[in-house]
Design a protein around this ligand. Sequence first.
Ligand SMILES: Cc1cc2nc3c(=O)[nH]c(=O)nc-3n(C[C@H](O)[C@H](O)[C@H](O)COP(=O)(O)O)c2cc1C
Length: 338
Amino acid sequence: MPLLDSALPLAAAPMAGGPSSPELAAAVTDAGAFAFVPAGYLSAEAFASDLAAAHGAGRPFGVNLFVPQPGAIDPTAYAAYADAIRAEADVLGVDLPARPRHDDDAWRAKVDLLVRDPAPVVSLTFGLPDRADIAALRSAGSRVLATVTTPEEARAAEEAGVDGLVVQGPAAGGHSGTFDPRRAIADRPTADVVRAVTGLTRLPLLAAGGVDGPGAVRELLAAGAEAVAVGTLLLRAVEAGTSTTHRDALADPAFTETVVTHCFTGRPARALRNAFAERHHAAAPYGYPELHHLTRDLRRAAARAGDPHRLHLWAGTGWRSAEARPAGEIVRALAAGV
Ligand SMILES: Cc1cc2nc3c(=O)[nH]c(=O)nc-3n(C[C@H](O)[C@H](O)[C@H](O)COP(=O)(O)O)c2cc1C
């Protein structure tokens, strides 16, 4: 059975926090690609409503879940970082939460919902859950994919019983799915990671990270991926839910590079290098989701205020090729020659 039920070997990657709108999913699906619906950051109730809407659209789709993170941040490190970024919050008139907040992104409720009301595909990121949860999702009828960033993670995912892998290279925009957030994310072409993983497993692969045009899609397919997921190239699509501040920054020549930093959420993510990343990357502790909650209102206020230097401007290395066009046109251009 193919990994994804779509005419083209292309997928809209899940992009939580706004960009993956239902309109974007409809447009990419109409163009022959596969769409992922993100569950990350949503309450169980909000996810239930998005899941119902995805079912209602009557097309195959995938959902994406954040796997709960173990451990909790050291409160002293949290307080020191809150002090370090307080001036940024003051500029925007935002209060920072005094105490660290840990949560599991409503994992149990989301899995229970998916067991009752299965999606065709469920992809996981940020590690592996209990095998029982993977088995429950599969028994309910979903194909379960694990996001992996190294051959070792691929092996662990296969042993945990998934149906396929999302091989995410370091060039990817947004959070790395790395199982170990403290691991240094060294630059390496996504095609190299795909080739290393195909040597180890016979599981079907979806490749993601750094796609900047149809040549990159063809390269990843040739490296052994069954399909390719794109995120950044859809961020400026007409139908995407990306904030105006984020869209404008992606088109602004003043931003000249991307960096991998945990300073916004406590977990490494690739973003346009802005003033917040320059000022706070070095001092930031690790700790997802505590840092996500610490900076969330600050980042929301920055987006509202049109301040790109206090916002997490998630972007993969292909960001210069992200165009403000209908998503169907972007998908068709990416499919050239496949
Ligand atoms: C704005 C944004 C949000 C993202 N949110 C998620 C998410 O919720 N879940 C996930 O598994 N990956 C997420 N990612 C990573 C993508 O799924 C994918 O790996 C990445 O976009 C591929 O690289 P590219 O951006 O260079 O195309 C996000 C990426 C971006 C740019």
